[in-house]
Design a protein around this ligand. Structure first.
Ligand SMILES: *[C@@H]1O[C@H](CO)[C@@H](O)[C@H](O)[C@H]1NC(C)=O
Ligand SMILES: *[C@@H]1O[C@H](CO)[C@@H](O)[C@H](O)[C@H]1NC(C)=O
Ligand SMILES: *[C@@H]1O[C@H](CO)[C@@H](O)[C@H](O)[C@H]1NC(C)=O
Ligand SMILES: *[C@@H]1O[C@H](CO)[C@@H](O)[C@H](O)[C@H]1NC(C)=O
Ligand SMILES: *[C@@H]1O[C@H](CO)[C@@H](O)[C@H](O)[C@H]1NC(C)=O
Ligand SMILES: *[C@@H]1O[C@H](CO)[C@@H](O)[C@H](O)[C@H]1NC(C)=O
Length: 548
C-alpha cells in the first residue's frame, strides 16, 4: 500500500520520517509523534534503599506520552536489559491492531540488545492511561509512565483548561527486586506484603507539587502498583472527578478517591486554602490491621510554612463506602468524548446482549505450587504468541474455547486459555468474586460499560438493578470481596485480547486468559495486516510477515 509521507504537524516530523515506509497501515492524514526510548537498568532509591530499577531514557518513572485523539505514536524501544522485554499500553485500544498490544499473547518479546518500533494509533480515544512492562515481574522495577490523550482542538471539553495538568502514578512497592519476587512466585510461594507506597517514583515526602493560590489543576491519577487498592486524598482540598479511563464523568466532588490497581482517574482541584503546604496522602485499602501510607506535599507558591501534624485519615476497610463511591461514578451523557457528539448518544442499555460470560477467579495449588485461575483454568503462556499462531495458522499453540464461559466447580488446572467470541456481538461479562479480597480486572482492546456491582452471587435477577443509562465506559474494573461486577461490551475490535487481573502476582500465576475476536475477512476495515517489522519467535520464527 502506498503511503503519503506528509507528517503533520511538520514540527513532529524528525529524521525518523525517513523510516516511515514500514508504517504502511497508519492513516497518513493524522499527525505522527515519534519517541526513541532506551530501556536500561539503573539505581533508584525510592524507599531509601538502593535498588536496580528499570529506567526509560534514564527516567523512573518513564517519560509521559502526550498525544491528541487519532495521533499515530511511533515508539522505538531499545531493550538494553539483559533479558527479553515488552511494553504494553493500558487502555490504548489498538483498534484492528492487536499485534502492537505488547503482551506475550500478541507480541514477541524484544530480545536483549535489540529494538522494536511500536506503531500505535490512539484512534477515537481521549483520557488518562499508562504504559508498563508486561513480562515477568518487570513491573515491580519500574518501566511505567503516564499516557494522556487530549481532545482535538474543536471538540468541547466539559471544563475549563486547568492551570496545570499532572500525571500522578501511585502504587505499592517492594524493596526486593523483580528477579527475587519472580523467583518466589516460580518456587510456588506467595509474595510478602509490600514495603511501601510510591507517588511518581518517590517515597515518603519525596513528591512535591507546587501550585498558585486560586488556580485549578488537573491530576491524572493511575494506580501502577502490583496489588493494593489505594485511597488518594489532599489535605483540606476537595477533588472534582472529571474523567475515568476515557469517559467524561458527572463532575462529582469527593474528599478522597479509591483507585484500584490498574485504574486511572482524572480530578480537578482548586488551590483555595490559606497559603501553606498540605499533605498529599495515599493509603492502602482493605489491608487493615496493617495500613500502608505515604505522603507527598502540595506546596502553595505563597506558602507560609510546611505541613505539620498527622495527615488526614481515610477509609481503610469499609467496603460499602467504596461501593457507593463506585456507583456514583457515572457518565456525563451530554459531554463530548473523542467525537463532537454527546457520549450519551450510544444507548448501550437499548442493545440486547447475545451472550453472557461469567468469569470467576480462584486460588489453589497445582503440582504443589501456588496458582490462580479463571473458571478452573490457570493460564500458562505458550511458546508462540497466540496472535501469531492465528496469523500463520500454526496448529497446536492454543485451542479455541479452552476455557469454560462460566464457573463449573472443577479443580484448577494449567492450560493456554483462549475464549473465542463473535465479532460484532454485544456481550455481558459478569465477574464473580467468591474470594474475600478485592479484584481488579482489565480487558485490552476495549472500553466496556460498567452496568452493575453488588455483594453476593450474581443471578439473572441481578439484572434488574443494572444502570442501563449512564454507566461509565472504561477498561479496568474492581470487584469487591464476595461480590460481582457486570459489564457490557460491543465486540467491534478484531484481535487477540488479554483479559487479566491487575493483581500482578495473580496475573503472573495464571489469573488471565485471552479473548479471541476473529474474522475470516482480510479487509483492512476489520483488521490490519501483521506489521512488517513484527518480531517473530517460537514456532513463528523464520516466517515472513509479507509474501516473498
Ligand atoms: C542505552 O543506554 C545505555 C546505557 O547508558 C548505552 O550504553 C546504550 O548505548 C544506549 N542505547 C541506545 C540505543 O541509545
Ligand atoms: C536482584 O537481587 C539479587 C540478590 O538479591 C541479585 O543477585 C540480582 O542480580 C538482582 N537482580 C537485579 C535485576 O537487580
Ligand atoms: C530498530 O531501530 C532502527 C532505527 O534505529 C529502525 O530502523 C528499525 O526498524 C528498528 N527495528 C524494529 C524491529 O522496529
Ligand atoms: C456535563 O457536561 C456538560 C456539557 O459539557 C456540562 O455543561 C455540565 O456541567 C456537565 N454536567 C455535570 C453534572 O458534570
Ligand atoms: C504510616 O506509615 C508509617 C511507616 O510504616 C507508620 O510508622 C505510621 O504509623 C503510619 N501512619 C499512620 C497514620 O498509619
Ligand atoms: C431485544 O429483545 C426484546 C425481547 O426479546 C425484543 O422485544 C426487542 O425488540 C429487542 N431489541 C432490539 C433492539 O433488538
Amino acid at each position: 500500500m502506498p503511503l503519503n509521507l506528509a507528517c503533520k504537524p511538520a514540527v513532529l516530523c524528525t529524521f525518523l520520517c525517513l523510516a516511515v515506509p514500514m508504517l504502511s497501515i497508519v492513516k497518513a492524514e493524522d499527525p505522527y509523534r515519534f519517541f526513541d526510548w532506551n530501556v536500561t537498568y539503573g539505581f533508584i532509591y525510592p524507599l531509601g534503599v538502593r535498588q536496580q530499577g528499570i529506567l526509560i531514557n534514564g527516567q523512573f518513572p518513564g517519560p509521559d506520552i502526550h498525544s491528541v485523539t487519532n495521533d499515530n505514536l511511533i515508539i522505538n524501544v531499545y531493550n538494553s536489559l539483559d533479558e527479553p522485554f515488552l511494553l504494553s499500553w493500558n487502555g490504548i485500544q489498538q483498534r484492528r491492531n492487536s499485534y502492537e498490544d505488547g503482551v506475550f499473547g500478541t507480541t514477541c518479546p524484544i530480545p536483549p540488545g535489540k529494538n522494536f518500533t511500536y506503531i500505535l494509533q490512539v484512534k477515537d480515544q481521549i483520557g488518562s492511561f499508562y504504559y508498563f512492562p508486561s513480562l515477568g515481574f518487570h513491573k515491580a522495577a519500574g518501566g511505567f509512565g503516564g499516557i494522556r490523550i487530549l481532545s482535538r482542538p474543536r471538540i468541547p471539553v466539559p471544563f475549563d483548561d486547568p492551570a496545570g495538568d499532572y500525571t500522578i502514578l501511585i502504587g505499592d512497592w517492594y524493596m526486593s527486586n523483580h528477579t527475587k519476587l519472580k523467583a518466589l512466585l516460580d518456587s510456588g510461594r506467595k509474595l510478602p506484603f509490600p514495603d511501601g507506597i510510591l507517588i511518581n517514583g518517590r517515597g515518603r515526602n519525596g513528591y512535591s507539587l507546587t501550585v498558585e493560590q486560586g488556580k485549578t489543576y488537573r491530576l491524572r491519577i493511575s494506580n501502577v502498583g502490583l496489588q493494593n487498592s489505594l485511597n488518594f486524598r489532599i489535605q483540606n482540598h476537595k477533588m472534582k472527578l472529571v474523567e475515568v479511563e476515557g469517559t467524561h464523568t458527572l463532575q462529582t466532588t469527593y474528599s478522597s478517591l479509591d483507585v484500584h490497581v490498574g485504574q486511572s482517574y482524572s480530578v480537578l482541584f482548586t488551590a483555595d486554602q490559606p497559603g501553606q503546604d498540605y499533605y498529599i496522602v495515599v493509603t492502602s485499602r482493605f489491608t487493615a490491621p496493617v495500613v500502608l501510607n505515604t505522603t507527598g506535599t502540595l506546596h502553595y507558591s505563597n506558602s507560609a510554612g510546611p505541613v505539620s501534624g498527622p495527615f488526614p485519615g481515610g477509609p481503610t476497610t469499609e467496603i460499602d463506602w467504596s461501593l457507593n463511591q463506585a456507583r456514583s461514578i457515572r457518565t456525563n451523557l451530554t459531554a463530548s468524548g473523542p467525537r463532537p457528539n454527546p457520549q450519551g448518544s450510544y444507548h448501550y442499555g437499548m442493545i440486547n446482549t447475545t451472550r453472557t460470560i461469567i468469569v470467576a477467579n480462584s486460588a489453589g495449588q497445582v503440582n504443589g505450587k501456588q496458582r490462580y485461575g479463571v473458571n478452573s483454568v490457570s493460564f500458562v503462556a505458550p511458546d508462540t504468541p497466540m496472535k501469531l499462531a492465528d496469523y500463520f495458522k500454526i496448529q497446536g499453540v492454543f485451542k479455541e474455547n479452552s476455557i469454560s464461559d462460566r464457573p463449573y466447580g472443577g479443580r484448577l488446572y494449567l492450560d493456554t486459555s483462549v475464549l473465542t467470541l463473535s465479532y460484532r456481538a454485544f456481550v455481558e461479562i459478569v465477574f464473580q468474586n467468591n474470594e474475600n479480597i478485592v479484584q481488579s480486572w482489565h480487558l485490552d482492546g476495549y472500553s466496556f460499560f460498567v452496568v452493575g456491582m453488588d455483594g453476593g452471587q450474581w443471578t439473572i435477577a441481578s439484572r434488574n438493578q443494572y444502570n442501563l443509562r449512564d454507566g461509565v465506559s472504561r477498561c479496568t474494573i474492581q470487584v469487591y470481596p464476595k461480590a460481582w461486577t457486570a459489564i457490557y461490551i460491543p465486540l467491534d475490535n478484531v484481535g487477540m485480547w488479554n483479559l487479566r487481573t491487575e493483581f500482578w502476582a495473580r496475573q503472573y500465576l495464571g489469573q488471565q486468559f485471552y479473548v479471541r475476536v476473529y474474522t475470516d475477512s482480510t479487509s483492512l476495515r476489520d483488521e490490519y495486516p501483521i506489521p512488517k517489522n513484527a518480531l517473530l519467535c517460537g514456532r513463528a520464527s523464520g516466517r515472513h510477515t509479507r509474501p516473498l
